[in-house]
Design a protein around this ligand. Structure first.
Ligand SMILES: C[S@@+](CC[C@H](N)C(=O)[O-])C[C@H]1O[C@@H](n2cnc3c(N)ncnc32)[C@H](O)[C@@H]1O
Length: 256
């Protein structure tokens, strides 16, 4: 899959391509990322890509023409590589909140062109003509679309085949089955007691070696944490028929 990123700050993407899981994704070409510096598509000596808003007011607006030239260059490059024309995703606080379901759909697709806004945003005529989807990271305002683009590519990269060492690991992550993740424990089995307290042990069930009991305990932890912190996710799982009779019985025992 391929991401083409239109940005004024391509340098923000460098560390991301050189560490950890995302580095593996880029090196193995599970995710191919191409960065397009918008200023390269300006048509004046100042490499200007923004101007004042009509109607007055603070801030600057990203200009249509450099964006259209960048998009044309990306389409030409995609065609030269024999790839399909990819949809344009623009980051905006007014977009649809990013979800794991949307991330999974993107991971199963040939990719997207990611448009990172800056300033007050993008001239609406470009949005109307070329943007297929607007994506938000949440109800707050960042200074640019680069962190959202990095977030989206990170979330997608770890779902691509061969990127995580253990393919089962993302299937247990929060949201993959609609619930939050259960708690995790590792060595030592018992943490030494502090002066005024008791030692802190690992839940006994995890040491039992009984895989069915462990799986049930983890499921109940997921249900309990989700019911307390994000009850709307329990409702959604129920509506999808994703809760078993056993799950429903357990949920009734919770004092929320
Ligand atoms: C300073 S913001 C513009 C905010 C815009 N004037 C508004 O009030 O909605 C500049 C750019 O950052 C990106 N951005 C900021 N907050 C975002 C969010 N919550 N989700 C996605 N992108 C965001 C968008 O690309 C946006 O065009």
């Amino acid at each position: 899959m391929r991401f083409d990123v239109i940005t004024l700050f391509p340098e923000l993407f460098a560390p991301f391509q050189s560490i950890g899981v995302t580095r593996r994704a880029f090196e193995s070409k599970a995710v191919d990322v191409r960065l397009w510096q918008l200023r390269d598509f300006a048509d004046d000596a100042y490499r200007r890509v923004d101007d004042r808003p009509y109607g007055g007011g603070p801030g600057m607006v990203m200009l249509v023409e450099p964006l259209e030239r960048a998009l044309q260059a990306i389409h030409a490059d995609q065609a030269a590589q024999g790839g399909p024309r990819l949809p344009v995703v623009m980051f905006s606080p007014a977009g649809r909140p990013l979800t794991q379901a949307r991330v999974q759909a993107l991971a199963d697709s040939p990719g997207a062109i990611l448009l990172c806004g800056r300033y007050e945003g993008v001239d609406q005529r470009f949005v109307d003509a070329h943007v297929d989807e607007e994506v938000s990271l949440g109800d707050y305002v960042l200074s640019g679309g680069e962190l959202p683009a990095l977030t989206l590519m990170d979330a997608v990269a770890r779902l691509r085949p061969g990127v995580l060492h253990d393919a089962a690991s993302h299937q247990q992550d929060s949201f993959s089955d609609g619930l939050l993740d259960c708690p995790h424990y590792s060595r030592p089995e018992m943490l030494a007691a502090e002066a005024d307290g008791e030692g802190r042990g690992v839940p006994a069930v995890l040491l039992s070696g009984n895989h069915a009991r462990i799986a049930r305990w983890r499921r109940e932890q997921q249900l309990a944490i989700t019911a307390r912190r994000r009850p709307e996710l329990i409702e959604a799982a129920r509506a999808r028929g994703a809760l078993s009779k056993e799950d429903e019985c357990f949920l009734k025992t919770l004092l929320l």
